[in-house]
Design a protein around this ligand. Structure first.
Ligand code: HEM
Length: 148
C-alpha cells in the first residue's frame, strides 16, 4: 500500500476512535446529570466498558501512527507537545480508575447510589472531559512540528 494512503487511513481510524471516545465519555456525563432515580446504572456500566475499549483502541491507533505513519517515530520522540499530549491522556486514564470502580460497585448493588455520589462522579467525569480539550489543542500542534 502507498505509504501516504496508509498514513491517511491510520489518521481516519484514530479520528473515528477519538470521536467515539468523546461521545462515550459525554454519554456517561449526561447519564450522571440525570436525577438519581433516573440514572440508568446498567447503561452507565456498559458505556464504561465501551469507553475502556475505545481508550485501548486509541492507544493502538496512535501507536500505529507512530510506527507506520508517514513521519516515523523519530519525528515525535523529541517533541514536547507529543509528550504533553500523552501526559494528558495518561492523566485521564488515572482519573477514570475511581469512577470505574464506583460504577462496578453500583452495578453489583441492588440499592441505587445517592444523589451526592452521582454528583461526585459527575465531577470526575467533567475533569476527564475537560482534559480532552488540551489533547485536541496539542494534537494539531504535534502535526505541525510545534514544540520540537
Ligand atoms: C496513546 C495515545 C495516543 C497516541 C500515541 C497518539 C498519537 C498520535 C499521532 C502519532 C498523531 C499524528 C500527528 C501527526 O500528524 O504528525 C496523532 C494525531 C492526532 N491525535 Fe492522537 N494519539 C493518542 C491519543 C489521542 C487522543 C486520546 C485523542 C483525542 C481524543 C487524539 C486525537 C488526535 C487528533 C485529533 C490528531 C490529528 C491532529 C492533526 O492532524 O491535526 N489522540 N496522535
Amino acid at each position: 500500500m502507498h505509504y501516504h494512503l496508509l498514513d491517511a487511513l491510520l489518521a481516519s481510524c484514530q479520528h473515528m476512535i477519538a470521536f467515539a471516545l468523546t461521545m462515550g465519555l459525554f454519554g456517561q456525563w449526561l447519564l450522571l446529570y440525570l436525577p438519581a432515580a433516573r440514572c440508568n446504572i446498567t447503561l452507565l456500566a456498559r458505556l464504561d466498558v465501551v469507553y475502556g475499549l475505545l481508550a485501548a483502541a486509541i492507544m493502538l491507533a496512535g501507536s500505529a501512527r507512530l510506527l507506520w505513519g508517514a513521519k516515523g517515530w523519530h519525528y515525535y520522540g523529541d517533541n514536547a507537545t507529543f509528550w504533553l499530549k500523552l501526559g494528558c491522556f495518561s492523566l485521564i486514564g488515572l482519573l477514570s480508575v475511581k469512577p470505574t470502580v464506583r460504577i462496578r460497585q453500583w452495578h453489583r448493588n441492588t440499592q441505587p447510589p445517592s444523589a451526592e455520589k452521582i454528583a461526585s462522579l459527575r465531577r470526575w467525569k467533567s475533569v476527564e472531559l475537560g482534559l480532552l480539550i488540551p489533547i485536541l489543542l496539542l494534537a494539531p500542534m504535534i502535526a505541525r512540528s510545534i514544540g520540537r
